[in-house]
Write a protein that binds this ligand. Structure first.
Ligand code: ADP
Ligand code: MG
Length: 329
């Protein structure tokens, strides 16, 4: 193919999907598809693929951590709707280079996370995939229909919140690529890339609380993911550069290696944190809810009328919508 972007391909595919169904509440266009299972109860479906050489490199990604990550990036999407993961399918495209010990360690990591969340492996597929390993995981989750959090529910004057710190995973990937792993000093960054731990249970608590409007997980960088919320909700967003949460390790790596940590936080992907919007009067209750779960949240902006995502930094305003990570072909 020529120069196609992931977003264009998805829009093209979505445009060809003509049929609906009475029990399909949300199809293409959110973190999960939402399907009514029984009165008041919905199923959530999501799938994510990891490709060798694109998402992981065997020289620094231990198989056990890769197994964990393959599950966690999918659970992140379930948590972003407010749901609980229940069942999982695992499809593996394997190469000649794969050895039994590697596969054993991969499955060990994979199954450990399933145990942690009480999720059952119910099937999958195993094929030869030529030169590169491919790991495709599909998860089915469930939740109360009343509490589902869509990308499309942000409202003007909502405050924009994120969990954790941003840019660590992109920083960790950069260190791995520069051959600086293992790096005691920057362990947090490398772990964020190698072994992300999305706040799935918090997503469910936030949804149940009724305190928030829109929510999604951060997989492609805040600049892109917030733009998805804005587009789906037909609103704009303004974020304050100085309020974007950066870890001490990312700032220290940025000083040593001469990169802009804010750029990584906004445009680097794979943080698997949550971004959500909520009316300003709920701020205090949200901080308390998250602190009971031992998770820090930070308010870094607000939803406005209009469209796009504007970064306010050093007295200047810059449009950054969809500047995050995107696959091209
Ligand atoms: P996420 O990052 O939350 O996993 P994506 O950006 O990958 O979401 O996808 C956005 C939406 O497009 C989702 O609803 C996803 O299911 C859908 N999607 C992505 N690729 C395809 C495809 N090849 N066919 C149909 N739907 C797709
Ligand atoms: Mg997502």
């Amino acid at each position: 193919m020529g120069k196609f972007s992931e977003r264009k391909v998805i829009a093209e595919i979505a445009g060809r999907q003509r049929t609906g169904a009475a029990d399909l509440i949300k199809g293409i266009g959110d973190d999960c598809a939402v399907i009514r299972k029984s009165p008041g109860c919905v199923e959530l479906w999501t799938t994510d693929t990891l490709v060798e050489g694109v998402h992981f490199d065997l020289s620094w990604h231990a198989p056990e951590l890769l197994g964990r990550k393959a599950v966690n990036v999918n659970f992140s999407d379930i948590g972003a709707m407010g749901g609980k993961p229940r069942f999982i399918l695992l499809s593996l495209g394997l190469t000649q280079a794969v050895e039994k010990a590697w596969l054993d360690a991969f499955m060990q990591g994979f199954l450990t996370v399933l145990e942690q969340y009480d999720v059952i492996l119910t099937g999958g597929d195993t094929v030869s995939s030529g030169e590169r390993i491919m790991i495709s995981v599909t998860v089915c989750g469930e939740m109360d229909e009343r509490h589902v959090c869509f990308r499309s529910q942000a409202q003007p004057d909502d405050r924009i919140w994120v969990t954790g710190t941003l840019g660590d995973a992109a920083g960790g990937l950069m260190l791995c690529q520069k051959g600086m792993f293992p790096a005691e000093k920057y362990n947090r960054l490398c772990q964020a890339h190698l072994d992300p731990k999305p706040p799935v249970a918090l997503g469910s608590k936030l949804a149940k609380s009724g305190l928030i409007h829109a929510m999604m997980d951060l997989s492609d960088g805040l600049a892109t993911d917030l733009a998805h919320i804005c587009k789906a909700s037909r609103v704009g967003a303004e974020i304050a550069g100085q309020d974007v949460p950066l870890s001490g390790e990312l700032q220290s790596a940025a000083r040593s290696l001469h990169f802009d940590p804010l750029k990584l936080a906004l445009e680097g992907g794979e943080d698997y944190q949550l971004v959500f919007t909520a009316p300003p009067q709920n701020s205090q209750m949200l901080v308390e809810l998250c602190s009971r779960e031992n998770i820090e949240i930070i308010c870094l902006g607000r939803i406005i009328d209009g469209d796009g995502v504007v970064l306010c930094r050093n007295g200047q305003r810059r449009e950054i919508g969809f500047c995050g990570y995107e696959h091209t072909f």
